[in-house]
Ligand binder design. Structure first.
Ligand code: ATP
Ligand code: MG
Length: 397
C-alpha cells in the first residue's frame, strides 16, 4: 500500500540508498516532507545527512551505487540507484555569504542545518521511521498558509537576495490571503538587491512561480510593492494574466511563457528585450516574440484559413496566439487534432522531372508549396508533380 506521507518508501532505489548510508544517518528534508505532509504529489526527495561527503561517496560505492559529486562544494552528492537519483547533502551552516554565494561549514546538528534554510515550511525533516522534526513551527505555518522567514527577514535577504523571489513563489503556492507582514516589508525594502543576482536564477524562480495554479494574487502584491522594478519594470498589471488563466484552465493547457507574455506590454520588441535580459534559450525567445504576432487576428476563422495558419506558424505558436486572443474550445480542439501534413514532394522529384540541381529547386519547391497550401494540402505526390510541371515548363522557356 502506498504511504501518502512517505511515498518515497516505494520508490525504486530508495531502500538501497538508505541501506548504504544507514537509516540513522539520514532524513528526508525540505519540499518533499512539506508536500507529502500536505498530501501533494512528490517527485523528488532531498536527503540530509550527518555523514561527510567523502563518507557518503565511500558508502554508496561500497554498495555499488553511483555517487556523483554534483554540488560537492556545498556538500551535495547525487546518488543514483535503480535509475532514480537522490540528492544527499551533509548537514551544514552557511559561514560567509555575500548576497549570492555562501561558504559552508559542515556540522552534525540537525537544528543548525535547519536554521540555514529559508522558510519555516522548508525546514521540515522526516526520519526513516516517519517521524517529523520541525524546529521552527513550520507545520503550524503550513496549516495557516504562512510563509515565514527563519530568523530575521532582512538579515536572511542580505545573505541571499533570491529569497525575495522564493518568498513570493512559496506564497503563490502555499500562502493564505495575507502575506507575513515582516517578510513582505523586508522584501519590498530590499527589492533592489535582486539586481545583484544572476538573471538565470531570477528567471527560474519567476517561472516556477508563474506555474502555480493561480499566481495572480501574489503577482498583484509584487507589483504593489515594487518587486518587479529591478528586473522587469515593464510589469504593471496582472489583469491580462487573470483572463489568460481562465482560458488556460478551461482548455486545460498551461504554459508559463504565455503567462509571462500577458504581464508585458504587447510588443515584439519588448518580448525580445525581456527574453534576452532573462537569458531565455533561442527557442523560448522566438516563442515569446511570436506571441506578439497578429496573424490570427487578421484571418477569418474558416477551416482552410485556420489549417493554413497552423501549417505556417506551427502548432505551438498557433495555439499560443489562439489562447491569448480568441480562446475558442472548438478551434483549440481542431488545432490539436489536425495532423499537420508534410509537402509530399521533394527536390529530388523536381530534378527527376528535368530541373537542374541548384537554387531553382528550392525556388520552385517554394512556389509549389504555396499552391499546395492554397489547394488545402492535397495528398499524394502525383498531384504535386502535375502542379510542378507548369513551373518547370515556365522555368525552361
Ligand atoms: P520545490 O518543490 O519547488 O522544489 P523545495 O522546497 O524543494 O520546493 P528547492 O528550491 O528545491 O525547494 O530547495 C530545496 C530546499 O533547500 C528548500 O526546501 C530549502 O530548505 C532549501 N533552500 C533552497 N534554496 C534556498 C535558499 N536560497 N536559501 C535558503 N534555503 C534554501
Ligand atoms: Mg525541490
Amino acid at each position: 500500500m502506498t504511504d501518502r506521507t512517505q511515498p518515497w518508501l516505494e520508490w525504486p532505489g530508495f531502500a538501497s540508498v538508505v541501506a548504504a548510508l544507514g537509516a540513522d544517518n539520514i532524513r528526508v528534508v525540505g519540499g518533499a516532507v512539506r508536500d507529502a505532509w500536505l498530501g501533494l504529489p512528490v517527485s523528488d526527495v532531498d536527503l540530509a545527512t550527518v555523514l561527510l561527503p567523502d563518507q557518503v561517496i565511500k558508502r554508496l560505492q561500497a554498495k555499488h551505487l553511483k555517487a556523483l559529486p554534483t554540488g560537492i562544494a556545498h556538500g551535495t552528492i547525487t546518488a543514483v540507484a535503480d535509475h532514480h537519483s537522490f540528492e544527499i547533502t551533509t548537514l551544514r551552516r552557511d559561514v560567509a555569504t555575500d548576497g549570492r554565494h555562501a561558504d559552508v561549514a559542515f556540522t552534525d546538528s540537525w537544528q543548525t542545518d535547519a536554521a540555514r534554510r529559508d522558510f519555516t515550511i522548508n525546514a521540515l525533516y522526516m526520519d526513516c521511521a516517519g517521524k517529523i522534526y520541525d524546529y521552527f513551527g513550520g507545520l503550524d505555518d503550513l496549516k495557516t498558509g504562512r510563509v515565514r522567514f527563519i530568523d530575521d527577514a532582512t538579515k536572511r535577504i542580505e545573505e541571499d537576495a533570491l529569497r525575495i523571489m522564493r518568498f513570493f513563489r512559496f506564497n503563490a503556492r502555499f500562502g493564505a490571503a495575507d502575506l507575513d507582514a515582516a517578510g513582505l516589508a523586508a522584501c519590498a525594502r530590499q527589492a533592489n538587491h535582486l539586481m545583484a543576482l544572476s538573471r538565470e536564477r531570477i528567471r527560474d524562480e519567476l517561472l516556477k512561480m508563474l506555474a502555480v495554479l493561480d499566481p495572480v494574487p501574489t503577482i498583484e502584491v509584487m507589483i504593489t510593492h515594487g518587486i518587479f522594478k529591478p528586473f522587469l519594470p515593464e510589469v504593471h498589471s496582472a489583469s491580462g494574466l487573470h483572463k489568460l488563466i481562465e482560458a488556460e484552465h478551461r482548455l486545460d493547457d498551461i504554459a508559463v511563457l504565455r503567462r509571462l507574455f500577458v504581464l508585458l506590454p504587447r510588443s515584439a520588441a519588448i518580448c525580445e528585450d525581456v527574453a534576452l535580459r532573462l537569458k531565455f534559450s533561442l527557442k523560448e525567445r522566438q516563442r515569446l516574440v511570436a506571441m506578439a504576432g497578429e496573424e490570427l487576428c487578421a484571418v477569418a476563422p474558416d477551416p482552410h484559413t485556420i489549417r493554413k495558419l497552423i501549417y505556417q506558424l506551427g502548432r505551438e505558436r498557433f495555439i499560443d496566439q489562439l489562447i491569448l486572443r480568441t480562446p475558442s474550445k472548438e478551434l483549440y480542439e481542431q488545432a490539436q487534432a489536425w495532423d499537420i501534413p508534410k509537402l509530399p514532394i521533394k527536390g529530388g522529384d523536381l530534378i527527376a522531372n528535368g530541373v537542374a540541381a541548384g537554387p531553382d529547386v528550392s525556388r520552385i519547391l517554394a512556389l509549389i508549396e504555396n499552391d499546395w497550401i492554397d489547394a488545402d494540402f492535397p495528398d499524394g505526390k502525383a498531384i504535386l508533380v502535375d502542379m510542378a510541371r507548369v513551373y518547370i515548363k515556365n522555368h525552361k522557356e
